[in-house]
Design a protein around this ligand. Sequence first.
Ligand code: MLT
Length: 407
Amino acid sequence: MVYINDNFTRLPETYLFSEIAKRVQAFKNEHPEAQIIRMGIGDVTLPLPKTVIEAMHKAVDEMATGATFKGYGPEQGYSFLIDKIIEHDYKALGVELATNEVFVSDGAKSDTGNIGDILSKDNIIAVTDPVYPVYIDTNVMGGRAGELLTNGKWSNIVYLPCTAENGFIPSLPTEKVSVVYLCFPNNPTGTTLTKSQLKEWVDYAIANKVLLLFDAAYEAFITEKDVPHSIYEIEGAKQVAIEFRSYSKTAGFTGTRCSYTVVPKECKGYLKTGESVSMNPLWNRRQTTKFNGTPYIIQRGAEAIYTEEGKKEVQDMINHYMENARIIRTSLQQAGYETYGGINAPYIWLKVPKGYTSWSFFDKLLTEKHIVTTPGVGFGPSGEGYIRLTAFGSKTQTIEAMTRITS
Ligand code: MLT
């Protein structure tokens, strides 16, 4: 008899964004004429930058001849890309990294999910609430979450509420935890931590031997000065933090898949005996065993965004999305809605009007205005009473959506 990983049976039947897609499809089937505007899943709409496409074309041609053909690459990523990451994304911030501390991969979603492979089942996990559902669902799969309670929380997960009342700043846990997921700029609320607020987390993690899993997938959207782009800008963070970055939203790679994870050699975990172990070789072992590397063609494309031309094209893309974010924010605020985010992130977190829940306002916008959003409660209990809008559409559609909502 084959036994399954019964943790899967504890999960809600569908992943949040699959559930939304299902509801939108059902509505579309009944109303094929509806001009639906998608502001739900954070998927980019602009094509890949020209320099990226050219680099990928060149790489495709290299695959066509024996002399330049590439088979398996290094599981950790090609050094041509890793060197650029270290120089442009970290040295520029005053952060030194060694080549073998950067692991190129196929998405921050995969890496934030897979990181659980190197962590004991006995860790107590803390998450900010609302939260990117991957952190929770993968810990359910890994047997660390316990049971789903009627209040929407998992019994073994520690929730750190982020609401308008606390300015979306999570408090340090009051109970003992081992691992904390932090995503800043935040998905879904679009809010950030300042350097001094993040420093409190790093100091806490050092003092308590806690691991911080820092998801910086949206760092390229930061516009304000005092907001850290990397957790390693904070002194001591290398001892306690793993950082995840992604090219998906930054440079339009949601379909082509490329990201990287930094695991500093200084970052330690512990055996039950209390002996410390560097996380870096564990992640390397995990990746070399389960992952054969991001495709060469894709990594060449990612490398191209570090050229002068590539940087400019990427910045233009980000400016385009952030202009949409501004339009969403200001239109909704002028119409009397309470909104957060949208200044350092492509997400706007909207308080639903009195009398609505996240899902009922989601349904209203879908059925009456033909706009797809994401119900806040899908990101966790503290997301109830909010919806999330993304700025990843075209400007015309963004303006049209705002006219529909505010009219
Ligand atoms: C989101 O909408 O939250 C993201 O697109 C999901 C993801 O990056 O996987």
